[in-house]
Design a protein around this ligand. Sequence first.
Ligand code: PEP
Ligand code: MG
Length: 581
Amino acid sequence: MDVSNAMHVLDGIPVSGGSGVGRALLYEETHDVRAAAALPPRDVEEEIQRLRRAGNLARDDLAALHESLAASRDAIAQIFTAHAAMLDDFMPQLESTIREGVTAEHAVQTVIHAAAARIARVKDPLLSQRAKDIVDVGRRLGRALRGMMPEGPETGHENGPVVVVARDLTPSEAVQLRGRNIAAIALEQGGHTSHTAVIVKSLEIPCVTGVEGLAALVGPGQMIWVDGSQGRVVVEPDAAAMERAVELGRRYERLEAALLEESGLPPETIDGHRAVLLANIEYPLDVEAGLARGASGVGLYRTEYLYEAEGGLPTEDEHLAAYRATLERLGDGLLTIRTFDFGADKESPLAATAPEPNPALGVRSLRWCFAHEEPFRVQLRALLRVAAEGNVRIMLPMVGSLEEVRRAKALLAETAAELEAAGIPHRADVPVGIMIEIPAAAVTADLLAPEVDFFSIGSNDLIQYDLAVDRMNPRVEPLFRPSHPSVLRLLQRTIDAAADAGIPVGMCGEMGGLSIYTVLLLGMGLREFSLTPGYIPRVRRLLRTLTMLDARRLARECLRLSTADEIEALLRARVTPIGAG
Ligand code: PEP
Ligand code: MG
């Protein structure tokens, strides 16, 4: 372990907002039961009794957890009821495995953990969450067998609050952090959709996940600052950073409470111009985070995450199940499902077989779909089917030309005809929109607009391709400038083309959630913002402090300037971000 006292800043995924500072508490996952499993039991009946006693202990613990949560956090309490039911389901099989002459620990390993591993291989986001739950049940039972119940990270650090640093946490480990002296959580793994993330968010503990290299860098007791809103972890913050951390922490707490209370307020300017706030999601479970913050739907569902390297591409039923699960959570809300955007920064089913010299410029996204028509058709079938069940739009990523739009729409029409012939319910006239994320598409937006139902600007890629700056390469990060005059011109052209054609235009890239650019975009005529759920409350508040008149004036001034520096300076001078910092 390379532990030093120099300040290090690491970026991850912002899962739960807020700012927390404390001493690092390195939490190793509960060690698994393999070590205890090797020996045969002395007495099989005694071993079964031992298992039953541990089962009872685990059940009691789950019931206590349920009870302590039921009043205030019913949805989370239900997770533990489900865990108890899983435990009961596993008991008969565990007993019969012990009768084959193995220890209870070994039975837990082969029955429960093996079941979790099997389920984890199925590429359904809901099922893979279930696998995590099963692992949690297995660990709980394992701990009970060792007479170590209940167990969670030991947080009684005498030097004040701690920051839990771990590879990952199970839902019940996370819940046991409740009411302890936890300033924040930083995890090397994980995303923002797991039950663990749901729990951590609801416990209002600042949390950053996906922090690469965290475990190797952090030593026990080191000072850590977690900025859960920015997705940043600072190891050994210097005096200035510490001061900032504390100040931000106080401010976040006050602001967060006030912002959440505003989730039901319309996202409109002082002079009555209404915007549409949508959520960007990767898994159906993300919808809840968006809805809780008053999103009126989903503006970007990244379906690439239905693919997992071990499991292959999703079947039509798997697509459908994920889309339906999302739609169910959304109710009447809009659901914009993006077709596969494999490649470049996202995992690609092609990567293993045909590595490309420049993946960002290669067979990615829609190009991949045309090169692999069968899986694309499978997705289109599922999309047409689910479109008959709710307020669904289809969005094509990385469109570079009108030919591509026409080709995709022709495939969609063929697919609809097949469904029609087979008598399968579907919606042939589902709205089809495109992402504007290649400069060629922005420049020819006027040619594309008449043939599609909406535009959504993918600023992450649009900026990358416009400025030739790899969005994944930290070394060129300073050159990634949303304020570059070229970017603004592409954006204005796109927004104007949409207005001329009478189609909606939104932005689903990160730029839309950054305060100074939210105002600029609004002034440029953009009305729809699809955002990572955590950004939604701030954008709503910001909109409610502006007049459209001022936003338009500011945008006009920006468009007259010649450099990114000037534009950014003007925006920073005029726009005060909500919860600045
Ligand atoms: C974008 O490029 O801005 C976008 C929203 O898509 P992704 O980040 O998934 O490439
Ligand atoms: Mg993109």
